[in-house]
Design a protein around this ligand. Structure first.
Ligand SMILES: [Zn+2]
Length: 72
């Protein structure tokens, strides 16, 4: 963590892991892509990571589940 962390250089990055997604996860940047994953039948797991753009320091903010919608 650097001084920059205290002056607003932190950004939130969302990575999603799941079937048919890259092993290292996919970096999701748009709301539309999140919604597309949300509507898939297979379950994906999203990780929101806070990253300092100056020093690369990062930590997990939250984890959430996408998709897995049951067919009615
Ligand atoms: Zn930093």
């Amino acid at each position: 963590m650097s001084e920059a962390n205290k002056s607003g250089s932190l950004v939130e990055v969302t990575y999603v892991f799941g079937s048919r997604l890259p092993k290292h996860g996919r970096c999701v940047t748009t709301r539309a892509e999140i919604q597309r994953l949300q509507h898939r039948v297979s379950v994906s797991t999203g990780y929101v990571v806070e990253v300092c753009t100056v020093c690369g320091w990062n930590h997990l903010v939250r984890r959430f589940t996408l998709g897995g919608r049951r067919s009615a």
